[in-house]
Design a protein around this ligand. Structure first.
Ligand code: DLL
Length: 427
């Protein structure tokens, strides 16, 4: 059988002129659809003074109002649904830090669309129909497990639906079923490495890792490559766009995330003014869905920080624009003693210190209005708190206290890692 380079060659390599045509049609159709089928959307568009007929060119997208996570929350559970409820076939939900849920509902066409995006991602990572993928994100309300599953079924992969937890069993399954690709939330991977090392096992068949759901540094990518010999791919997506992989992944060239542009329009905006920024400038990613039916999104503000890297055809032959890997969320920015930084920068700096392991916590302690930072980090013998303090001072420009923990002793989260811990000593 010849090796597949693309899952959907026509869609992944269409000319940018053709893409623009597909996008305009999709945008017009989506605006007509939400206007005709949902009271919340009709009110929103009405308040912004836009009617479906006003969308005549792609530039007219800026006439549309933004959508936020708060809108999703206020419309809980199904206030944004644009299809009859009896045609809904699946739902996923994320609760985030504030706890009020965000719901995504899928009809049959939406599930097909998600599977299509995910099949493209898996083939882009080098997985071929018939090869084995182990899916370690939870199968449940979190979209991760099912997203990988729908894509793998569509592309004809051999699925090992391990779900999360029980690392010894995960390793046994990977070994016994000659798993070629592991799909995971990034922060679970150091745990797998740790158990492999402790038990002296190796996974020679494992070649590909598809990771996401959290930011991860280049240092983490190198760490996973060195320890497991895998090529690590960065997959992006969220509940509101329809789940993991809907907004793309990087290809084997690892020079940015290919957004599936026949499915979504990408804008990068200045979060303060809402204006679109020039290519290359960092800002907030905003997505508009072009084919989704159950809960389409118009100009959804993600709070994720990235920039447009290129609109040129990539070396892999794909024509879709590439955005930078997500560097953080505007909500995640930490400000300590006047220095702004993101957890990913701390991770990158920590992993530059020999003997430091990729398990860490950033603890912010506030007393009398003054915040101190402590970094709890696992490390091998010989690494001292002073070494951590000195290195972070050089890289970040301030000196947090460094506390060293023995390997395997910091708490592990199921699902996304909790890197930042805030302690208010006044209460
Ligand atoms: O985390 C979807 C997902 C599952 C992606 C598994 C990759 C793998 P939510 O729980 O709705 O969905 O969280 C979405 O997670 O807005 C980003 O802030 C963050 N995120 C997702 N992928 C990445 C990534 C899933 N590759 C939120 N890099 C998004 C950095 C990511 N952050």
């Amino acid at each position: 059988m010849t090796k597949l380079r693309y899952w959907n060659e026509r869609a992944e390599t269409m000319s940018r002129d053709e893409l623009a045509k597909v996008q305009l049609e999709g945008l017009q159709k989506t605006v007509r659809h939400v206007w005709a089928n949902n009271a919340f959307y009709r009110k929103r568009l009405g308040e912004a003074g836009v009617e479906p007929g006003d969308i005549k060119s792609l530039d007219d997208i800026t006439k549309l109002p933004f959508l936020t996570k708060e809108d999703f929350r206020l419309q809980y559970p199904l206030g944004m649904l644009c299809v009859p409820q009896e045609t809904v076939r699946e739902m996923h939900m994320s609760s985030g830090s504030t706890g009020t849920p965000v719901v995504m509902a899928y009809n049959e066409a939406d599930l097909t669309q998600w599977a299509e995006c995910m099949a493209r991602c898996q083939v882009m990572a080098g997985l071929q129909p018939g090869e084995t993928i182990q899916i370690t994100p939870t199968f449940g309300l979190f979209n991760g497990g099912f997203g990988f599953y729908h894509g793998a079924r569509r592309a004809g992969m051999f699925v090992v639906p391990a779900s999360s937890g029980n690392t010894a069993r995960q390793i046994m399954l990977m070994r016994d079923f000659h798993v070629k690709c592991i799909a995971s939330v990034v922060s679970y991977m150091p745990r797998i490495v740790e158990v492999l090392e402790k038990t002296g096992q190796t996974l020679p068949d494992l070649k590909i890792g598809i990771f996401g759901a959290e930011t991860f540094s280049d240092a983490m990518r190198r760490h996973l490559h060195e320890k497991l010999g895998i090529d690590a791919y960065d997959i992006y997506g969220m509940t509101e766009t329809g789940g993991v992989g809907t907004t793309g992944m990087d290809c084997a060239c690892h020079n940015g995330i290919h957004v599936w542009e026949d499915q979504y329009i990408t804008e990068i905006i200045d979060p303060d003014t809402g204006k679109v920024v020039p290519d290359g400038t960092y800002g907030e990613a905003v997505f508009t869905s072009l084919t989704r039916q159950g809960v389409p999104i118009l100009r959804y503000r993600t709070r994720d920080i990235t920039r447009i890297l290129s609109r040129e055809t990539c070396e892999c032959g794909r024509t879709s624009l590439r955005i930078d890997r997500i560097t953080g969320r505007f909500d995640d920015m930490l400000i300590v003693k006047g220095v702004n930084f993101y957890p990913r920068q701390v991770e990158q700096a920590l992993l530059q210190i020999p003997g430091v392991l990729p398990e860490y916590q950033i603890v912010l302690e506030t007393l009398h209005g003054v915040t101190d930072v402590r970094i709890n980090v696992e490390a091998e013998e010989g690494v001292t708190g002073y070494m951590v303090e000195k290195h972070l001072k050089e890289v970040l420009g301030f000196s947090p206290k460094g506390d060293i923990f023995k390997p395997g002793t910091l708490p592990r989260a199921e699902g996304k890692a909790k890197r930042v811990i805030r302690i208010d000593k006044e209460v």
